[in-house]
Design a protein around this ligand. Structure first.
Ligand code: G3P
Ligand code: CA
Length: 346
């Protein structure tokens, strides 16, 4: 196939049943990226679990949201690692802390995961210290172990800053490509689906793994610097290397600075016209993350109407939802699958 031809329209079909993606597992209920979080997401009915991937000093691929480790592990309390604390520019931001690329995998294995949002999710702190850091391989093994002939569980792996990583001497996309080959996970319908905000990184992976390589999603942030990806021409360009987009949910459910919903965009239908699937992030059911009319109170940690938000997205025709609360999106999807009389009675 010619490189400029749309991969998405070439051999892909629309997904009939919207996918539920467990964001960092089921991180509304367990500390993110732990085995307990991923297992719970699968128990709740997620079709995919979503690890973010960063690189260690010895080239291992691990599941952490960012390379700075102190928000989600106990590294700051470990005297043996006190001298690793440093300040570093990561992409556009300057950060102080402990960085995955300064630790070997063996060292990272000694850390314990902690809750990122103790103020919003205090119950999750009961699990602090119980679980360690996982590798991409271990997440893939989990998905395969939990798959059955009736239900394939897949991994939506997000590559964090692969170009920045390569500039520092760690060729992340090459490491990922080699690992996927080793794990026999390079087929379009294989265990692993890839996503990244880093367009150049995704293009490199497509060139490396080929048009018949893994399914890929272009992540799209709410920031203006990503606007070009969502013009009709931008969507067509994305479709030459990816099968879908994963936009911020605020690109679809529009809102003002106050959190009041102001309307919906036409992004889903325009992306579908370009042959791309649409799987937005991130639906979370606490008031802090919901549009104003779906909040239950002024308490940011209290549960709001996450089901209402999921219904809105599904009604707009998204192909899946990336969510901290897989149970909520599974419930909204089940409503769509009910026979009409049952639905109207519900
Ligand atoms: O999976 C999409 C979403 O995870 C992207 O944002 O920051 O949560 O990794 P972030
Ligand atoms: Ca992510």
């Amino acid at each position: 196939m010619h490189a400029t031809e749309s991969l998405a329209t070439h051999a892909r079909v629309r997904i009939a049943r919207p996918l539920v993606v467990g964001h960092r597992g089921a991180c509304a209920y367990r500390p993110e990226h732990t085995i307990a979080s991923y297992e719970l997401a699968i128990d709740m009915g997620a079709d995919l679990i979503e690890p973010d991937i960063v690189v260690t000093s010895d080239g291992a691929l691990i599941a952490r949201h960012e390379n700075e480790l102190s928000r989600t592990t106990d590294v700051a309390t470990r005297p043996e690692f006190a001298d690793r604390r440093t300040t570093r520019r990561v992409g556009r931001k300057r950060r102080t802390g402990w960085f995955a690329e300064d630790f070997t995998l063996a060292e990272l294995r000694t850390l314990r995961a902690v809750e990122r949002h103790p103020e919003l999710r205090p119950l999750n702190t009961a699990y602090d210290g119980q679980f360690g850091v996982l590798t991409l391989e271990e997440v893939v093994e989990l998905a395969r172990r939990r798959s059955t002939p009736q239900r394939q569980v897949r991994v939506l792996a997000e590559l964090k800053k692969p170009t920045w990583s390569a500039e520092r001497g760690q060729p992340m996309t090459e490491l990922v490509a080699a690992e996927l080959r080793r794990l026999d996970a390079v087929a379009p319908d294989g265990t692993v689906v890839l996503q990244s905000f880093d367009t150049a990184g995704l293009r490199r992976l497509r060139a490396d793994l080929g048009d018949d390589g893994p399914t890929m999603f272009q992540l799209v942030d709410i920031t203006a610097s990503d606007d070009h990806l969502l013009t009709n021409a931008g969507l067509r360009a994305v479709s030459t290397y990816a099968q879908g987009i994963a936009p911020s949910v605020h690109r679809i459910l529009l809102r003002d600075e106050d959190g009041t919903m102001t309307g919906v965009s036409d992004l889903v239908s325009r992306a579908h016209s370009a042959g791309l699937r649409v799987v937005p992030w991130t639906l979370a059911a606490e008031n802090a993350f919901l549009p104003r009319h779906l909040r239950s109170s002024d308490d940011p940690a209290a549960a709001g109407d996450g089901l209402g938000a999921a219904r809105l997205l599904l009604a707009l025709g998204v192909d899946g939802v990336i969510t901290d609360n897989p149970d909520v999106v599974v419930a909204a999807r089940a409503e769509l699958e009910m026979p009409a009389p049952a639905r109207s009675a519900a």
